[in-house]
Design a protein around this ligand. Structure first.
Ligand SMILES: [Zn+2]
Length: 391
């Protein structure tokens, strides 16, 4: 969604994505469908040939899309750029696989039913103008022409359109992610001070607890939508798959799922913006949230979005020269007394409050954790500064 890459001469290139809802005409939608199909086809053909070639010659090689056009003339009906992008994506998938096979699995064949349909096209700027650009009411694409789009924000001056990714959700809506690049000046680094630093502790019921005792509390409607989702899921499991009722309920389920994902994203963006503007540094724990989610919830829809929140915080802080300090997950932040430093042997999962047996301080579990995260984060930061100074 975002990223930064250092570039010489003082500044750097910053990327921003704007996501818009597309409203294609029937013809444009048909072209999109064709393009999705062609992208899947070319990916699978290239992958199959790569494997065959590797088996026969022990050499890694991916043929280019041009090779297939003779035998599959329908490929010529879609934007050639999108096919080239599939080649790039497959090459990239192999690059990361060769580098780190354990984290990134071997590239898979794409199947219609389990992959989200999408295609990507890069913008090329010719003397006659760019191939992809925004108009007042839509996006001009190669082959499809101007596709109507609903913009909730527009690019700023100096943003260059780099590429677009068009996708269809499982509920049948089309979206377009538009990637922009712009040159920005490196922000002045902000040195954290204890009074301008906040520690945040992940909380199942409150989203997070801060060291000053405030809680995030995701809006109540989020919880209500989730309860609705669980009810729908239960009902769905009692229906006959394939029946009309089932199909209707399944569509309802997917729509609600999508709605919750949007609500969550909205909440995460607003909350991370608020925190990143209010504080000079934020300390969090480097918890493996996937693990927590698996323990606590039944699937993606109930995921709190805390991992996403951390990533949003990181880049929103970074852009202001501020720091997200990640505390090692091995540090016992929950069972340490934030007043005297006593580390308890264990803390029961239900102990929401406890009193320190040594100094007598009474703690709310989540706030005490946040205090320790902040202290540990600052110690980590100043420790690394000292090491740098003495080196
Ligand atoms: Zn104590």
């Amino acid at each position: 969604m975002y990223g930064q890459r250092p570039a010489g001469n003082g500044g750097k290139t910053q990327y921003t994505t704007i996501k818009v809802r597309l409203e294609p005409t029937a013809e444009q939608a048909e072209l999109f469908e064709k393009t999705f199909g062609c992208c899947r086809y070319i990916w699978n053909r290239m992958l199959a040939d790569q494997q065959r070639f590797y088996d026969e010659t022990d050499t890694h090689f991916i043929p280019t899309p041009a090779k297939y056009k003779q035998e599959a003339p329908f490929l010529k009906e879609v934007d050639n750029q999108t096919l080239i992008q599939e080649h790039n994506k497959l090459s990239q998938a192999f690059r990361v696989f060769f580098k780190n096979p354990e984290t990134f699995g071997y590239p898979n064949f794409k199947r219609k039913k389990d992959d989200r349909d999408s295609f990507t096209a890069c913008n090329h700027v010719f003397e006659s103008g760019p191939t992809i650009y925004l108009t007042k009411t839509g996006i001009r694409m190669t082959k499809a022409g101007i596709v109507r789009a609903r913009f909730h924000r527009r690019p700023q001056n100096g943003w260059n359109l780099k590429r677009i990714t068009v996708e269809r959700t499982r509920t049948g809506k089309y979206h377009c992610c538009i990637l922009f690049a712009c040159r920005v000046k490196e922000p002045e680094p902000v040195v954290p001070r204890p009074e301008t630093t906040v520690g945040l502790n992940y909380s199942v019921s409150h989203f997070y607890a801060a060291d000053n005792g405030t809680m995030a509390d995701p809006p109540r409607w989020m919880k209500q939508s989730r309860e609705k989702l669980v009810r729908l899921q239960r009902r769905l499991s009692q229906m006959q798959p394939g029946s009309r009722n089932y199909r209707e309920a399944a569509q309802k389920y997917r729509l609600l799922h999508e709605h919750i994902a949007n609500q969550r994203l909205d909440f995460v963006h607003k909350e991370s913006r608020r925190i990143a503007n209010a504080w000079d540094a934020v300390c969090v724990r480097g918890d493996d949230l996937g693990e927590i989610a698996r323990k606590l919830t039944c699937g993606n829809a109930l995921d709190s979005g805390y991992g996403m929140f951390r990533e949003c915080l990181r880049y929103k802080l970074e852009r202001q020269g501020k720091l997200l300090i990640v505390v090692d997950r091995g540090v016992p932040t929950a069972r340490t007394c934030s007043v005297c430093g006593l580390v308890r042997e264990a803390l029961g999962p239900k102990e929401a409050a406890w009193t320190c047996p040594r100094c007598g301080a009474s703690h709310r579990r989540e706030v005490n954790g946040a205090k320790n995260i902040k202290a540990q984060g600052l110690a980590q930061y100043f420790g690394s500064q000292e090491r740098r100074a003495s080196a």
